[in-house]
Design a protein around this ligand. Structure first.
Ligand code: FPP
Length: 243
């Protein structure tokens, strides 16, 4: 809060962050990849707080994909440990979320998550459900295609049971069945670490998103980088297919 917060004329409502480059950050320092994720988790907290202070109402952070399970077991375990540490009761996180009135929401497949992690997730969501100032989505075990498939299944069940007719399937209805139902689409998606792809992130929601790329590795991502994104966003001319 004591930071110098610049003012912007136009603010994105929702920013998506692909937290990439942790492994390379660690390798450059002769450290284990898990050390990069640990530093990346600190960056997630710092950037989340800063965005909230600037006035961003929705953020989505890509923390793990449905494909990340294919990584070495030690790395997957280290990631799970980080998520649990972040969520566990008594953590200063609760105070952080409280000060900024941040609602935490986890998006992604829950079925194959470890039970203890799932419990912590549900608890954090329950406890922060009272906040509506800022929504922080953490995409965990997330895949954009899996999300759309999930929505298709949910809708199909309703059609099969007669709750819905095929003619009632509209874009709006699909939108109401994805994990971010009720939230605005990301206005801008940020990918650091020199890669230029979406990697199955917010496939449905990104139809009209702006993109912002940089070479910075996620653990080094700074408040100044957020300022650059927001300055750049002022100049984007979003037409949504119009003229
Ligand atoms: C991709 O970088 C990053 C991940 C697969 C993990 C991201 C997770 C975090 C930053 C932790 C978030 C923590 C919480 C509590 C939400 P990479 O490992 O693929 O990097 P590389 O491309 O340099 O190898």
């Amino acid at each position: 809060m004591e930071k110098n917060i610049p003012k912007f004329d136009v603010l994105p409502q929702h920013i998506g962050f692909i937290m990439d480059g942790n492994g390379r950050w660690a390798k450059m320092r002769g450290l284990e990849r898990s050390a990069g994720h640990k530093e990346g988790a600190l960056t997630f907290r710092r950037i989340g707080e800063y965005c909230a202070d600037v006035g961003i109402k929705y953020m989505t952070f890509y923390a793990s994909s449905t494909e990340n399970w294919n990584r070495p077991k030690s790395e997957v375990l280290a990631l799970m440990k980080l998520f649990k540490e972040y969520l566990k009761e008594g953590d200063e996180r609760i105070a952080e979320n409280d000060i900024r009135q941040m609602r935490l929401k986890f998006i992604g497949e829950r079925d194959n998550l470890p039970k203890d992690l799932l419990k912590l997730i549900e608890k954090a969501e329950r406890e922060s459900a009272k906040y509506d100032k800022v929504t922080v989505n953490i995409a965990l075990n997330y895949g954009g295609r899996a999300e759309i498939t999930h929505a298709v299944k949910e809708i199909s069940k309703k059609v099969k049971s007669g709750v819905l007719s095929v003619d009632e399937i509209t874009e709006e209805l699909v939108n109401n069945h994805i994990y971010t139902a009720g939230q605005p689409d990301p206005d801008i998606i940020v990918r650091p670490s020199g890669e230029f792809r979406l990697s199955n992130f917010m496939t449905w929601q990104s139809a009209y998103s702006e993109f912002w790329f940089s070479d910075v590795l996620w653990p080094d991502f700074s408040e100044d980088d957020v300022n650059k994104i927001l300055e750049d966003y002022q100049k984007r001319n979003r037409r949504f297919g119009g003229v």
